[in-house]
Write a protein that binds this ligand. Structure first.
Ligand code: NAD
Length: 306
């Protein structure tokens, strides 16, 4: 009797683009309700210093997405050599403007500006990026605040896929303040057993192989290979890396931190790059802005509405 050769089963794709679209539609509908109840639209102010092309693209798409979600978008563009005092004065003005619910300062800032001082100047109640130390503190002690958009988006994809994360082994690779650390905190709050790995971690592939959930936030193209992954694991690839242009390409391809094609053969589910985590970030920014608007206006938002 002959047995059919086992066929490799590719991991399911976690479609961040579709998920983000649904979230943006939900935010848009709730933003309309907010307008009816508050007598004004929710508003997001975005501050861009300088003319970095990537930052201009990000700010442009955030503005468009905000308007499409029935919220006001206030864009403030400042020159590359703006004085720190001028930027801080703008933030103070936005902090006290009742039409502004959320404030986002596009990073990175030019080298002469003190990024930490700028973030600290934003009112924690309008800090929809969740970068203020008060919000980092609130997250770490389990109080309601604002959680950085990218890790919160990853968490939404994970709970949508896996439901209850209790007792699962999670390895987060990367320990930045904007992705790795808040990601680990969210996983811990969801009762996962969490390891944070980083550039000094020994035997990294072995550590990652323990994980039911892998979140890669490093910034090294296709670093994580097939033999790092436990069969069936859920893999969230936060990395965005551009490869050098190959064979006639004008620009190199965008890839994640995970070697997608080979890891897909062993993982249970995986986010693609692009189209995975990236679209979630803006959708969660809109979500955070709408939450801020409700809090600022003293209007209740049903728990788990978003
Ligand atoms: P970062 O540079 O601040 O942090 C990178 C982390 O990776 C560090 O903690 C470092 O310890 C760790 N690291 C570096 N080399 C390593 C190695 N060889 N082995 C293990 N760990 C190593 O970066 P970040 O801001 O956290 O961003 C990480 C990646 O995620 C980048 O590619 C960035 O572009 C991407 N990103 C994507 C989104 C999105 O919306 N999809 C948002 C934010 C960041």
């Amino acid at each position: 009797m002959t047995c059919a050769a086992p066929t490799a089963r590719a991991a399911d794709l976690l479609d961040g683009k579709a998920f983000a679209l649904q979230l943006r539609e939900k935010v848009g509908a709730l933003a309309r309700d907010f307008q009816a109840r508050a007598g004004r639209k929710a508003g997001l102010a975005v501050v861009l210093v300088g003319d970095d092309p990537a930052s201009q693209v990000y700010v442009g798409s955030k503005g468009k997405a905000t308007l499409a979600a029935n919220m006001n978008s206030f864009e403030h563009r400042l020159p590359d050599d703006v004085a720190g005092e001028e930027l801080l004065a703008l933030i103070a003005q936005l902090n006290s403007d009742p039409a502004v619910d959320g404030i986002l300062v596009q990073l990175p800032l030019p080298a002469h500006l003190d990024e930490q001082a700028v973030i600290a100047a934003i009112s924690p109640d309008k800090d929809v990026d969740g970068f203020h130390v008060i919000n980092a503190g609130r997250l770490s002690v389990g109080q309601a605040g604002f959680v950085p958009c990218t890790p919160l988006g990853c968490m939404m994809l994970l709970t949508d896929r896996l439901g209850d994360l209790s007792g699962l082994e999670a390895v987060v690779i990367g320990r930045s303040n904007i992705v790795g650390k808040p990601m680990a905190q969210l996983l811990l709050d969801a009762n996962a057993t969490v390891t944070i790995a980083h550039s000094q971690t020994k035997n990294l592939p072995e550590v990652v192989r323990r994980a039911d959930i892998v979140v890669a936030a490093v910034g090294r193209a296709e670093m994580i290979g097939r033999d790092w992954i436990k069969p069936g694991a859920t893999v969230i690839d936060v990395g965005i890396n551009r490869l050098p242009p190959a064979g006639g390409e004008a620009k190199g391809r965008l890839v994640g931190d995970v070697a997608f094609d080979e890891v897909r053969e062993v993982a249970g589910a995986i986010t693609p790059v692009p189209g995975g985590v990236g679209p979630m970030t803006i959708a969660v920014l809109l979500r955070n802005t709408l939450v801020a608007a409700h809090r600022n206006a003293g209007i209740a938002l049903a728990e788990n509405a978003l």
